[in-house]
Design a binder for this molecule. Structure first.
Ligand code: HEM
Length: 161
């Protein structure tokens, strides 16, 4: 299970790197439209793999801190959405056409734009958490292999004719 935890930790990191890539694709595209890849990866793929990673960390008995770190991206993705919604709905600087979900942002400026920029900073925190989790998963796996090594050596020595 420890190896599985390394694999799922690597998958979370891969999905988060892809998220930055999708964000950059959007940034270089005019006009800026809703990015379905960034939305799907952010709302479905990253939270799903983060949950699987948390279960893998628990089954691998990786320790409370590491299990907590594995779960953190799930919570930080919720914060990503809160940052967008709170900034654009609550702060001045956003002009829209229409109301509710159909509303279209036509102009942004002032406090709303600077607050929504925290989305990128929180993205960096998510990236950092996933790197630390992968390092811990690898260390946990290596420590176990190291402990298991003498056992294997004894078995093979006893099998020696
Ligand atoms: C781990 C990193 C990130 C996660 C998990 C994440 C997640 C999300 C989520 C869940 C949404 C809302 C999707 C929707 O309902 O349409 C979103 C939208 C957005 N994100 Fe991120 N994001 C991350 C990093 C970034 C970065 C680094 C940037 C840019 C520097 C960025 C720029 C945007 C923009 C411009 C939108 C709104 C555009 C749209 O509607 O497609 N994100 N992000």
């Amino acid at each position: 299970m420890r190896k599985a935890f390394v694999v799922t930790s690597a998958l979370v990191l891969l999905a988060v790197i892809a998220q930055f890539y999708f964000a950059a694709v959007s940034a270089f595209t005019l006009p800026h439209e809703h990015n379905a890849l960034h939305a799907t990866n952010g709302l479905i793929v990253i939270p799903a793999i983060a949950l699987i990673n948390t279960i893998a960390a628990s089954l691998a008995r990786a320790g409370g801190r590491t299990i907590g770190l594995a779960a953190l991206p799930f919570l930080l993705v919720i914060l990503q959405v809160v940052i967008i919604v709170a900034s654009l709905l609550l702060l001045p600087g956003v002009e829209t056409i229409g109301e509710g979900f159909g509303a279209e942002v036509v102009q942004q400026g002032g406090p709303a734009v600077y607050a929504v920029g925290l989305h990128a900073v929180n993205g960096l925190i998510i990236l950092w958490v996933t790197v630390v989790t992968l390092r811990r998963a690898r260390a946990h796996n290596a420590a176990t292999d190291h402990n298991a090594a003498p056992e294997r050596a004894v078995v093979s020595a006893s099998e020696w004719p």
